[in-house]
Design a binder for this molecule. Sequence first.
Ligand SMILES: [Zn+2]
Length: 105
Amino acid sequence: MRRGIIGGAVTVQPMSHPDPEDLARVAQEKLGRKRTERVYKHCRTCQPCADQLLNLVSDQVRPAGRPLLTMWNWVSLAVLAAIVLGAIGFLSWASRHAVPPAAGF
Ligand SMILES: [Zn+2]
């Protein structure tokens, strides 16, 4: 991380985040090429800004509704249902097979 301080070309700028508006314009590809590159460069070293940009870009891709979230809702519901059904099935299997020794088997 010492690179760039002496040469004047500072490559890592963790403290100067781009404007949220700039991020939005980058997502819409409405920002100038130079500033877009600067935002991209920043996002490569700054995870929060990269996440924000990613969110903005995916909002651009899916402007109407949130089908991905709905899909994941269904997936989690299906997983939950499978777990519940599995638990019920296991419990009924266990109660059928775990008979006390006094029952004669
Ligand atoms: Zn940042």
